[in-house]
Design a protein around this ligand. Structure first.
Ligand code: KG4
Ligand code: ZN
Length: 335
């Protein structure tokens, strides 16, 4: 029997809808919110309002691009947690109303599980158990996936996320929000060995990025004292050195997790996995150590409903549906 579902993602500042049939993504439409640019970060109240304005047209586009009529849907899925509560509520209410109107099952999806399972979208997929380094604006985790519905967090950040390390350093450099993609762009032209920044010494599989941010702050304060234009003049080398440091911190722990678990199928996921330096370094390390490496397509790295759809598909196969009393939650403990 064929299974067609609609998924909604609205946890932060992207309104996205995706249609998936039998585990194949037919559409993945993402509307970015530009309203936040002038504020240097996402303004929660503005994000919820923008979701309210966009949710109906975004779903409409996703259905049209997939060539699917709303009455053909067998289930409706949404991001239940974690995220900005006002933003999550828009997607949750929309999905619940639609599921009720169509009298179809509702599936509540955890955003971080979905980032990991984005690796099940392409035809070339990791085999279970696999490890995933999930790096986004809010999270940095090493996850062991035993099955689509059995994920275990082996390590995570104790302070800033990797995306914050990029974005906060970019802000210190005078770059607009979100700075991650800009650091990536400048880093391509720079010398990664020119500057050195602090690398944390944390035991186990956890991460820490707050020391790196402080080290960038002091470095820039010192250099700007003698040359106020120091950052502008050396942007490419600073970005390349900074990016290389973040990548070293991430891959060192991923390598440790692979050694400790003996798992050889490794994935990356989340917004920071769109970073070209990380993608290359990850694949190179994999070649050196004999891993099979998996990297999602760009559109499935940053927040998108396609990853919610693939997760909902596997949850449906496992019989994990939600009832209409389910609510969105901003924070959610996960394993
Ligand atoms: O997964 P995501 O879209 O949203 C969250 O769930 O947080 O991740 C957003 C994060 C931001 O910190 C952004 O700067 C970072 O991903 N990011 C990048 C790149 N593209 C997005 N960081 C470094 N290099 C990139 N190319
Ligand atoms: Zn995300």
């Amino acid at each position: 029997m064929s299974l067609t579902l609609l998924a909604i993602e609205s946890s932060c500042d992207e309104t996205s809808a995706s249609v998936c049939r039998d585990g194949k993504i037919l559409s993945n439409y993402i509307a970015n919110q530009t309203v936040h640019e002038q504020y240097g970060g996402v303004v929660p109240e503005l994000a919820s309002r923008a979701h309210l304005q966009k949710i109906v047209p975004v779903v409409d586009v996703a259905l049209k691009q997939a060539g699917v009529d709303i009455n053909e849907l067998d289930a409706v899925a949404f991001t239940q947690a974690p995220g900005l509560i006002g933003s999550l509520l828009v997607g949750a209410q929309f999905a619940k109303s639609l599921a009720l109107a169509l009298d179809k099952p509702l599936v509540a999806v955890h955003h971080m599980q979905a980032h990991v399972l984005a690796n099940l979208i392409p035809e070339r997929r990791p085999e279970f158990p696999f490890l995933c380094l999930t790096v986004s604006g809010g999270h940095t985790q090493i996850v062991r996936a035993n099955s689509p519905t059995d994920l275990q967090v082996l390590g995570e950040t104790i302070d800033d996320a990797a995306g914050e390390a990029f974005d906060k350093s970019a802000k210190l450099l005078g770059l607009p929000y979100p700075g991650g993609p800009l650091i990536d762009k400048y880093a391509k032209e720079g010398d990664a060995t020119r500057f050195r920044f602090a690398e944390p010494q944390i035991n186990g599989l956890n991460f820490s990025f707050s020391g790196l941010k402080t080290s960038v702050l002091y470095f820039l304060q010192k250099e700007r004292a003698s040359d106020p234009q120091f950052a502008e003049k050396n942007m490419a080398d600073i970005c390349a050195s900074l990016q290389a440091t973040i990548i070293r911190i991430l891959l060192k722990k991923l390598q440790k997790a692979a050694t400790e678990t003996g798992i050889r199928d490794l994935c990356i996921a989340g917004g920071v996995s769109a970073n070209s330096g990380l993608r290359t370094a990850f694949v190179e390390l994999g070649k050196e150590l004999g891993w099979r490496t998996f990297v999602p397509a760009f559109e499935y790295c940053t927040d998108n409903a396609g990853m919610i759809a693939i997760t909902a598909y596997h949850k449906l196969l496992a019989g994990e549906t939600a009832d209409l009393s389910v609510s969105a939650t901003a924070r959610s403990e996960w394993h």
